[in-house]
Write a protein that binds this ligand. Structure first.
Ligand SMILES: NC(=O)c1ccc[n+]([C@@H]2O[C@H](COP(=O)([O-])OP(=O)(O)OC[C@H]3O[C@@H](n4cnc5c(N)ncnc54)[C@H](OP(=O)(O)O)[C@@H]3O)[C@@H](O)[C@H]2O)c1
Length: 281
């Protein structure tokens, strides 16, 4: 099933994305890895090849908080590859303080939601060339605590790191549901997932020393390995069991009911409308 499928994974230089890439390389996929650092991507590609023997790995740098950088990545991808079979929107981050992106969007929502929205829409033509394409959006169970406040996309409305993160992860699920509806009748599926509480450095990057110390402590105690954390992404990207499943949320390779607010059709549509307004596709 996965042999020779072309799979693009964002945020593949470390953590869950790197472990996802390694597992899919083992299954014989052609991989396109993306992240911000060329050095880290080179190291990741070499590591995956040395561990799996798969040499079919290329990489492209992108800053997913920047719309122009995403557009330029999409152009490179469209000029280089004939089709994409699976797009895994995995990259994400947390930001301790309110900060605006180059496009004037709050950094958490820009990096975690607008990147998925823009990259997916920019690559739809390539996905449509696949006989059966899949879009896999990495969200989080944090979305259950999320609330969408459209004004906070551009303004500081009492910024708090976990509030912003939960909002962005709720946006991932809402976006996936709306995308699945828009793609109904095409051979492209779209699903979102919670990878588990995973031992990565996400809470040590771009954060204050105390947030980083708390993250290190709690992940040391309770978090699962990156290999385990990658399992649901790998499952949704490759398992024949979910070939025709779309618009669902997964955890531990099983369907799970997402937060009540994710079923709000008006909210799904409003998020798409505002996203398109702030980030033309
Ligand atoms: N760890 C958990 O417990 C957990 C739980 C639920 C959900 N998640 C989700 O899982 C996903 C992966 O997180 P992780 O824990 O594996 O984190 P991680 O180890 O920090 O990996 C994040 C990846 O995203 C890339 N990235 C970050 N910002 C980027 C940007 N602006 N442009 C391009 N690439 C960027 C990073 O690469 P560079 O920094 O090299 O660019 C890295 O490859 C995220 O969506 C996160 O929200 C994680």
């Amino acid at each position: 099933m996965t042999q020779d499928r072309t799979i693009l994974i964002s945020g593949a230089s470390s953590g869950i994305g790197l472990a996802t890439a390694e597992a899919l390389a083992t299954q014989g996929a052609r991989l396109i890895l993306t992240a911000r650092s060329t050095e880290k991507l080179k190291e990741a590609s070499q590591l995956i090849t040395s561990k799996t023997g798969n040499k079919n790995i290329s990489h492209h740098t992108v800053d997913l908080s920047s719309q122009s950088s995403i557009r330029s990545l999409a152009t490179q991808i469209k000029n280089t590859y004939e089709k994409i079979d699976v797009l895994i929107n995995n990259a994400g981050g947390v930001f301790p303080e309110f900060k605006l992106s180059a496009d004037g969007l709050e950094m958490t929502i820009a990096t975690n939601h607008f990147s998925q929205f823009l990259l997916t829409n920019q690559l739809l033509d390539l996905l449509k060339r696949s006989e059966a394409a899949r879009i896999v959006n990495v969200s989080s169970d944090s979305h259950y605590n999320g609330k969408i406040d459209f004004e906070s996309f551009q303004k500081n409305k009492g910024y708090f790191i976990m509030k912003a993160y939960a909002q962005s992860k709720l946006a991932n699920v809402l976006f996936t549901q709306e995308l699945a509806e828009r793609l109904a009748g095409t051979p492209i599926t779209a699903n979102s997932l919670h990878p588990g509480f995973v031992k990565t450095n996400i809470g040590n990057k771009d954060t204050s020393w105390y947030a980083s110390a708390v993250w290190s402590l709690i992940t040391a105690i309770g978090a699962i390995s990156v290999e385990k954390g990658a399992e649901t992404s790998v499952y949704l990207a490759s398992s024949p069991e979910v070939q025709d499943i779309t618009g669902k949320y997964y955890n531990k390779c099983k369907e799970k009911t997402p937060g009540k607010q994710t079923f709000d059709k008006a909210l799904q549509k409003e998020l798409w409308r505002i996203s398109e307004q702030l980030c033309p596709i």
